[in-house]
Design a protein. Structure first.
Lengths: 164, 504
């Protein structure tokens, strides 16, 4: 837990506000391309409601960006090296999981659900596990092979739902 | 009333539905026991299995997972001192001290029976309250619906860990995501040239990605079991030969009738407020039990009253969150958002019309809550001592399994990989937002309520281009005043509050 003064913002909040404003501007640019619908007047045109939201988001984004920056936070890294170290510490494992998941999704159609899932479960568990004992590896192998076959049977044969 | 309950009995009392509920309750209990797994993950994992089921069976599965999930947390809270779910935190205050004091059976028994009473009293409140609210909300025109949605989104933003403006931005982003696809006037919006996007994003991949996927990634930051190599075990201080003293537990509960009733009412009432949830209700119920006790100093040291208050209100919250979901079509929390998605998958639009158009289904939901409650108490009383071993399931096994099942669920929705990639994209976005302290619940509600908001806003302007009806219609004006007062109170409270705790 950190304590955050509610009426002040952090650098991250400002960065987020900047991203929101940028997204809102891209969305506004897209609204210029909308073709007319069958609305009865300007209020009901397809771009009106999204633009209302976009203006609201820009206003809130600017509100966050203009707020006074909060004082030094012990949790906020100072310096580029410290920031990179924090990013590495905090995001390394989630990034690894995302990378393995992307590979899994890419393999799903060429290999099929069962084999792609065996690869994903096995690699993900082995990479993430804290103590690699023979017993733990055996359990992981059984789960990784058994579960995809069991799910394939339940979904395809019992529930009649197609899997990739 | 009688006829639809009888018809619902016919639908629910079939072997496949009862077996589904038994498995669902067991699975929910398991999800609740594993620290950090959460009820939401349980619901996310269960929803792909509903695709092959008829509506009654599918909804019965979801309900039973919810009932089991809300209750399961008591096991790890009492025996391990680790809350299985966030809403079980208050249970650890007195449950765990009672267990290490040499009464683990009594603590567990009290927790389980309190959960059951919370479930049943909450259900009674739901059965009484929901039709009244639904009947009243049938008077709502597009003006009232628009304002109720804005009130819900404003409330959710305001209640998001004190991050008021960030909460509103999150809601706004959700509303914007909901505009992708075909507008109410028939134009395609924000498709970016991709034909798959002309229909907009499917609700479930967005929900699963933004919430479940992102939460799984954040599990690697810190987990309570890490110190023990990723495995939670019953501490030495707790007697492992757990035997529930049924007579004493029943006497305890009878002696706390008012506590049980009060905590159930608190749970149901707080649960009905969007995004407030079980965690808040358990703390309020616990605090009320302490304040009204003759021996408030003993709270936190193993006072059964504290345990009973926390668990009763926790389970009563489930019925509370069902009230706005079923009567107004406004999901009270993330689990209800997924429930909302499942109902829509069956072509059912949650809201007041559901009561008139699908009375048997509503009866099935009531019966599902009741039967799951009975299954929960039986399963937990007989199996709790064995179930605690499940709490040792490590995070590195849970995460890949949940990701794989989420993939199955999102793919099976339309048999297309686009939905799975959408889930991944919203998952990464949700992870980033969680990391920097932007609340996700307003985003999710924005995505769900966006289409209804736009439709009613457009209708209201078509019917009255001057917007005057928003202030001339009595119900609309009342909602407007309530909305303004509530938001103003939160803004002022936040300005006065010097420091707000915010989870990192």
């Amino acid at each position: 837990m950190t304590t955050t003064p509610s009426n002040k913002v952090s650098t991250q909040d400002r960065l987020f506000a900047g991203v929101v404003v940028l997204l809102a501007l891209v969305a506004y640019w897209q609204t210029l391309k909308f073709s007319a619908g069958y609305g009865l007047g300007s209020v009901n045109e397809p771009e009106t409601y999204p633009r209302l939201l976009i203006f609201g988001l820009v206003a809130l984004g600017i509100l966050v960006a203009l707020r006074p920056r909060r004082g030094v936070d012990e949790d906020e890294p100072r310096g580029v090296r410290a920031m990179l170290e924090t990013v590495r510490e905090r995001h390394a494992k989630p990034a690894l999981v995302v990378a393995l998941f992307v590979v899994y999704l890419l393999l799903l159609e060429p290999l099929g659900f069962v084999y792609a899932s065996i690869f994903f479960l096995l690699s993900c568990q082995v990479v993430l596990m804290q103590k690699r004992s023979p017993k733990a590896l055996l359990i992981v192998s059984v789960i990784s092979v058994g579960l995809p076959f069991a799910l394939e049977y339940i979904f395809t044969d019992v529930l009649r739902i197609f899997l990739p | 009333m009688d006829f639809f309950i009888l018809s619902a009995l016919d639908e629910v009392f079939t072997l496949p539905v009862l077996l589904t509920m038994l498995v669902g309750t067991m699975f929910g209990i398991t999800a609740g026991i594993i620290p950090g797994f959460t009820v939401t993950m349980g619901v996310v994992l269960a929803f792909p299995f509903t695709f092959g089921m008829d509506p009654v069976q599918g909804i019965a599965l979801m309900i039973s997972v919810l009932v089991g999930g809300y209750s399961g947390g008591v096991v790890s809270s009492v025996l391990l001192g680790i809350p299985g779910t966030a809403s079980s935190i208050a249970t650890t205050f007195d449950g765990y001290p009672l267990a290490i004091r040499g009464e683990p059976g009594r603590a567990l028994g009290l927790g389980i029976i309190s959960s059951f009473f919370g479930n049943i009293i909450g259900l009674a409140i739901l059965v009484f309250l929901a039709p009244l609210i639904a009947r009243f909300s049938l008077n709502f025109g597009p003006w009232e619906i628009t304002l109720v949605i804005l009130l819900a989104l404003g409330l959710v933003g305001s209640l998001s860990h004190g991050a008021l403006v960030l909460g509103w931005i999150s809601a706004g982003l959700g509303l914007l995501v909901a505009t992708v696809g075909i507008s109410p006037t028939g134009s395609v919006r924000f498709d970016f040239g991709f034909p798959q996007m002309t229909g907009g994003f499917e609700l479930l991949p967005v929900l699963v990605g933004a919430f479940a996927f992102s939460q799984l990634l954040t599990r690697f930051d810190k987990n309570e079991t890490e110190a023990n190599g990723g495995v939670a075990e019953v501490p030495e201080e707790v007697d492992r030969k757990i035997k529930i003293p049924y007579v004493q537990v029943v006497k305890d509960i009878i002696g706390q009738k008012m506590n049980v009733l009060r905590s159930s009412v608190i749970g149901s009432s707080i649960g009905a407020l969007p995004a407030v949830g079980a965690t808040t209700s358990t703390f309020i119920a616990y605090d009320q039990a302490r304040r009204t006790s003759k021996d408030p100093e003993s709270f936190g040291k193993g006072n059964p009253r504290g345990l009973v208050a926390a668990e009763t209100s926790n389970n009563a919250t489930l019925s509370g969150v069902l009230v706005p979901t079923l009567t107004l079509g406004i999901p009270g929390d993330i689990t209800m958002a997924i429930m909302f998605g499942v109902l829509m998958m069956y072509g059912l639009q949650p809201g007041p019309a559901l009561f008139a158009e699908q009375p048997v289904l509503m009866g099935s939901i009531y019966l599902g809550l009741f039967i799951s409650g009975i299954m929960m108490i039986l399963l937990m009383l007989f199996l709790a001592r064995y179930l605690v071993k499940i709490a040792g399931m490590p995070v590195w096994t849970i995460v890949p399994i949940v990701l794989m099942l989420s993939t199955v669920g999102t793919f099976a929705l339309n048999n297309r990989m686009f939905d799975v990639w959408s889930m991944l994209a919203f998952g990464i976005m949700g992870y980033y937002m969680t990391r920097i302290g932007v609340p996700l619940t307003p985003f999710v509600l924005g995505v769900i309520l966006g289409p209804v908001l736009e439709l009613n806003l457009v209708r209201s302007v078509e019917l009255d281009p001057t917007f005057a009806s928003y202030v001339t219609r009595p119900i609309s004006l009342s909602i407007l005043v309530v909305a303004l007062v509530v938001v103003l109170i939160y803004v002022l409270r936040q300005r006065k509050r010097p420091h707000t705790p915010q989870p990192t």
